[in-house]
Design a protein around this ligand. Structure first.
Ligand SMILES: *Cc1c(COP(=O)(O)O)cnc(C)c1O
Length: 361
C-alpha cells in the first residue's frame, strides 16, 4: 500500500447515495451529484454510476470530460469562461449562467456544432457569489430566450458558499416566484428550479421544500451525511428500515517516519517557520513526537482529526505533520499507520494532491 492514502468505504458511500436517492424519489424531486470535491475520479464515479446516478455536475470542464458514460447528463456548475465556450457546449449538456454575453457565445457555438445547449439562469438572493439580482431576472431571461442555440432550461440559486447565507422559505421563494413570472411573461415552460446545494437538504428532511423547487445539486452531503445549513445528520425516511447516513465514508492514512522523545519548545533563536509565520510554542516539557509523511501540500491540519483521540496534531510543514503521542495508551512505532477523519475542505485538497493514493475498500 502507498501512503498517504485516502480510503473510501464503498458500502458506506453506496448507503449514503441510496438514502439520498430514496428521499428524492419519495418526493418526486431530482438532484445532480456534484463530483468536484473528488475531481471526478473514475473509481468513485463508477460507484455513483452503479448506484443509479445519471445526473452529474462539476465546476470544471476537465472533470466533466472524465464523465464519459453514454446515458448521463452533465451540468457545468461554474459560470462558463468565454475562453472555454466550445468545450462547454461539447462536454456539458447544461450550464449555469448569469451573463448575456456568455449565453450569446454559447448559442453561437451550439448552432455551429448543430447542438442545443441548455442553460439555467442563476439568481442571486444574497449569498453574493454568482447570479443576476432578482430585479434583473425577468429581463435577462427575456434576452437569453432570443438566442436560438440555447434552451432556457430553468432557474437556479446558490447558498452557503461565499456569503454563508442559509436558504430559507423566504429567500428561496423569491426564485420560485420569478420562475412563475418568467413562465407567464414569455409563455414558456421552466422545467427546472434548482434550489441550492447540500445546504438546502433541511427542506427535504423537514418537508418544507418551497413549492416549485424540483432540483438540488449535491456534493458534500453525500460524503459526510449532514445538511450543511444546520449540520444535522440525515436519516432515510423509510420507517421500516430507518438508517442514518455515514459521516465516515473517507479515512486518511499516513505513515510514521520518525518517533522520538523531544522537547516541546524549539531550541535556539526564534525566527520564522517554513511559511514565513512566527510560531509560539507552549512548554509542555519532553514529549513523544511522531512525524508522519503527509504535509501542507496534501492537507491542512485544521481540517483533519486523528481517530485515536489521544493523538494531538501539533503542526505541519510542506511534507510533514508533527504529532504529540505522549498521551497515547497505544505503543506506536516507526512504520505504523495513523488514521484521520476528514472534512469537505480536506477532501478537496487531498483529491487534488497527486501524492495521495486513492483506494476503495
Ligand atoms: C459546489 C457547488 C454545489 C455543491 O455544493 P455542496 O455543498 O457540496 O452540496 C452546488 N452548486 C454549485 C453552483 C456549486 O458550485
Amino acid at each position: 500500500m502507498k501512503y498517504p492514502a485516502l480510503i473510501i468505504n464503498r458500502e458506506k458511500l453506496e448507503t449514503n447515495i441510496n438514502i439520498i436517492q430514496g428521499l428524492f424519489k419519495e418526493r418526486a424531486l431530482s438532484f445532480c451529484a456534484v463530483t468536484k470535491c473528488f475531481c471526478a475520479k473514475p473509481e468513485i464515479l463508477d460507484i455513483y454510476y452503479k448506484t443509479g446516478i445519471r445526473e452529474f455536475a462539476d465546476s470544471r470542464i476537465e472533470n466533466l470530460k472524465k464523465i464519459n458514460y453514454n446515458d448521463v447528463t452533465r451540468w457545468l456548475l461554474r459560470l462558463p469562461m468565454l475562453s472555454e465556450v466550445e468545450d462547454v457546449v461539447r462536454y456539458s449538456d447544461i450550464s449555469l449562467n448569469s451573463e448575456l454575453q456568455t449565453v450569446a457565445a454559447l448559442s453561437e457555438c451550439a448552432l455551429r456544432l448543430g447542438k442545443k445547449h441548455k442553460i439555467i439562469l442563476m439568481i442571486d438572493v444574497g449569498d453574493l457569489r454568482e447570479g443576476v439580482l432578482p430585479e434583473d431576472a425577468l429581463n435577462t431571461a427575456g434576452e437569453m430566450l432570443k438566442h436560438k442555440g440555447i434552451e432556457f432550461y430553468g432557474v437556479g440559486v446558490n447558498f452557503n458558499c461565499f456569503g454563508g447565507i442559509i436558504p430559507t422559505t423566504k429567500n428561496v421563494s423569491i426564485v420560485t416566484s420569478l420562475a412563475l413570472e418568467i413562465s407567464k411573461k414569455y409563455g414558456i415552460e421552466v422545467p427546472i428550479i434548482s434550489g441550492g446545494n447540500s445546504g438546502s437538504m433541511h427542506f427535504l428532511t423537514e418537508n418544507t421544500m418551497p413549492a416549485g423547487v424540483n432540483n438540488l445539486r449535491l456534493g458534500e452531503v453525500i460524503f459526510f451525511g449532514r445538511e450543511t445549513s444546520y449540520q444535522k445528520l440525515i436519516e432515510s425516511s423509510l420507517p421500516a428500515s430507518r438508517q442514518t447516513m455515514h459521516e465516515d465514508v473517507f479515512t486518511l492514512k499516513a505513515q510514521i517516519i520518525e518517533l522520538k522523545q523531544k522537547p516541546s519548545v524549539p531550541i535556539g533563536e526564534a525566527g520564522l517557520n517554513a511559511f514565513g509565520e512566527k510560531v509560539v510554542f507552549e512548554d509542555k516539557g519532553e514529549m513523544l513526537r511522531a512525524i508522519i509523511a503527509c504535509g501542507r501540500q496534501d492537507v491542512d491540519i485544521e481540517k483533519i482529526k486523528a481517530i485515536d483521540e489521544e493523538i494531538d496534531i501539533i503542526g505541519q510543514s510542506s511534507d510533514h505533520i508533527i504529532l504529540d503521542l505522549t498521551r497515547c495508551k497505544k505503543k506506536y512505532k516507526v512504520g505504523d499507520i495513523i488514521d484521520f477523519s476528514i472534512s469537505y475542505g480536506s477532501l478537496l485538497s487531498l483529491s487534488t494532491s497527486e501524492y495521495v493514493n486513492v483506494l476503495i475498500t
